[in-house]
Design a protein around this ligand. Structure first.
Ligand code: O7M
Length: 227
């Protein structure tokens, strides 16, 4: 199941409790909104890679494996291959590691490849930011399906989204950093992103399904107001 280039919320499954993860996956099946699930290393370390298929079955939604793969080409390719075989529709690889790594993952042809271009945290300004424009151009020219841009830096999203869209109208942009890291729902989508990634502001609440639906409708309202 490929991710579509459309507006939506990617729910970050970074919890450690497998039962809770599966319960939220089932809840999201019936939730109103456009949702995708991203499984991070924290949950994978507790539950094993088999959790990808379980979450996919429970939710019926596209699944991203966020291993933030950043190893040499041979190892990166093996990790990505394992994730696709376990049910991932997309995998996330770091762009800064270079074109040989990204192309080794892309060469598998087993699903979407999403590359991190710039990150949300302050330390991202120390090294990655100065290379972000070049990383963005590299990954779109390599024909990847998606890129990660930081919702916490709306100006960077705007500039980098412009570069990405100039190179490819098809690539989708996903942007983490909503609420827990300071960005507001809609900040990134209004600046050119397609999906906003939300973790703690959904799974760390009393009613995660309701939180997901509320954030989705907040984003859509801001988009409507902007038209
Ligand atoms: O909403 P949060 O802060 O609880 O979670 C944010 C999620 O987005 C979490 O899964 C992080 O690993 C991820 N993320 C960032 O927070 N910052 C980045 O720069 C990049 C990512 C990410 O998803 O990269 C693929």
């Amino acid at each position: 199941m490929r991710l579509k280039k459309e507006k939506g919320i990617i729910v970050a499954f970074d919890m450690e409790d497998t039962d809770f993860a599966l319960e939220l996956a089932r809840d999201l099946r019936g939730a109103s909104g456009n949702f995708v699930i991203k499984v991070g290393r924290r949950l994978e370390m507790q539950a094993g890679i088999g959790i990808l298929a379980q979450i996919k079955d429970a939710s019926g939604l596209p699944i991203i494996y966020d291993g933030k793969i950043a190893d040499v080409p041979y190892i990166s390719q093996k990790i990505a291959s394992n994730a696709y075989d376990a049910g991932a529709d997309a995998v996330i690889v770091h762009g800064f590691v270079g074109s040989d790594v990204v192309s080794a993952v892309k060469a598998l042809g087993k699903g979407d490849v999403i590359a991190v271009v710039e990150m949300t945290h302050l330390g991202s300004n120390e090294f990655i930011q100065s290379a972000a424009e070049r990383i963005a151009i590299m990954v779109v020219r390599m024909g990847l399906e998606g890129v990660v841009l930081p919702a916490t830096k709306p100006k960077r999203v705007k500039n980098l989204a412009r570069i990405v869209q100039r190179e490819s109208p098809y690539i989708y942009i996903i942007a983490p950093g909503i609420k827990a890291q300071g960005a507001s729902p809609g900040d990134a989508i209004l600046n050119g992103a397609d999906y906003e990634v939300v973790g703690r502001a959904i799974y760390d609440t009393e009613e995660p399904k309701l939180a997901a639906e509320t954030i989705y409708s907040e984003v859509m309202e801001r988009l409507d107001d902007n038209e």
